[in-house]
Design a binder for this molecule. Structure first.
Ligand code: ZN
Length: 362
């Protein structure tokens, strides 16, 4: 609560809920979140920060800024809707995935759409079962395209890249393949290039390749099975996404008649109060308004899974960069499918900056 003490908050803001909806955030991250929401509120001439400002700030810090100005072709938008619906549905039908948060086909960060997940709590290790479920979710987008359009696009590039990286770690570093065994092949240079240079034989290299390929084939098949079984839900969700563009887990479960869990309920960001509401906190006159608040907090660097920095053509570059005071690529705290950067089991850096430098409100 320290991080918000000098910023005016609307009465409808419940910091407990904000904290529950931001697992993995350090004190500095939370300070940054309040900064972001203060900026958003100020841009709409609000006198205080509302829950919807905090929610949008959280999504922006985790997954990048919405880019509504991007013009998307209708068919591409439709493909994106079903692609994201595929990810989301698999998430809802696998028991061990990071809980679904929201699905959007509004471009955010560098992605055309995104399926966002928020962990229930800070997690530093993952079981094989969880990883297999996450991989199935990653395959869901591509599989949905195949089922609905009988055609595939290049849009699953990031999914495939991410899935390959996780699977390789499972086999080469985390000892999760019986065939390959409990040996670490991951930190050795020259993998798959020069025989023996990397410390293991060409036969082992081949075995690793086969194992990685088999795992990906298995999770792809599982994703196809789930989406084929629930094709009615896939079509329903895809169609609705095209209309609403963004749906949170509550809207999705409502549409599909699925029960909402306790954890989901406990961090529901309530109170989408309209701008005309009279709930504005009275101006205390101490000059601590939201202007000039932004503070750059250096972010922990996520360097676990190496992802290429997506190339954004100049034409698509940020159109109002002045509010981008957060390096979102370094801030991925939740999981996102198709979004800026993935988070993996060991990617969270320690809270190096949670050392009292949370001076957002000073
Ligand atoms: Zn995807």
């Amino acid at each position: 609560k320290v991080h918000a003490k000098k910023v005016k908050l609307s009465d409808n803001v419940d910091l407990e809920i904000v904290a529950r909806g931001t697992p993995g955030f350090s004190g500095a991250d939370l300070a940054n979140l309040v900064n972001e929401s203060a900026l958003l509120a100020a841009r709409e001439d609000k006198k205080a920060i509302y829950m919807d400002d905090l929610e949008e700030a959280r999504d922006k810090v985790c997954w990048g800024k919405e880019r509504r100005s991007r013009v998307i072709d209708d068919h591409e938008k439709k493909v994106t809707a079903y692609h994201e619906a595929g990810h989301a549905l698999i998430g809802l039908h696998c028991d061990n995935t990071t809980p679904l948060h929201k699905v959007t086909i509004i471009p955010r960060g560098n992605a055309l759409g995104a399926t966002m997940h928020l962990p229930e709590y800070d997690k530093y290790t993952h079981t094989k079962t969880e990883l297999m479920d996450e991989l199935t979710v990653l395959m869901g987008g591509r599989c949905a395209e195949e089922i609905i359009f009988n055609e595939i696009t290049s849009g699953a590039y990031v999914d495939i890249k991410q899935a390959s990286a996780i699977t390789r770690k499972m086999v080469c570093e985390w000892g999760m393949s019986e065939n390959v065994g409990l040996l670490n092949y991951g930190d050795i240079d020259g993998y798959g290039q020069e025989p023996y240079h990397g410390g293991y034989s060409p036969e082992t290299a081949r075995e690793i390749d086969l194992e990685v390929r088999q795992i990906i084939a298995d999770v792809s098949q599982r994703a196809m099975d789930i989406l084929t079984t629930h094709r009615d839900q896939l079509e329903k969700l895809g169609e609705q996404l095209l209309v609403e563009e963004t749906m949170d887990v509550f809207a999705i479960k409502d549409l599909l008649d699925m029960p909402v869990g306790d954890t989901e309920n406990s961090r529901r960001f309530k109170g989408k109060v309209g701008l005309s509401s009279d709930e504005d906190t009275p101006d205390s006159g101490d000059g601590d308004g939201t202007e000039g608040v932004p503070l750059l907090v250096e972010a922990p660097v996520d360097d676990d899974v190496e992802m290429p920095t997506p190339v954004i053509p100049d034409a698509l570059a940020d159109d109002d960069a002045e509010v981008d005071n957060v390096d979102v690529d370094d801030k991925a705290k939740g999981k996102v499918v198709d979004g800026p950067l993935p988070e993996t089991a060991e990617s969270r850096a320690p809270d190096r900056y949670d050392d009292g430098t949370d001076a957002v409100t000073e």
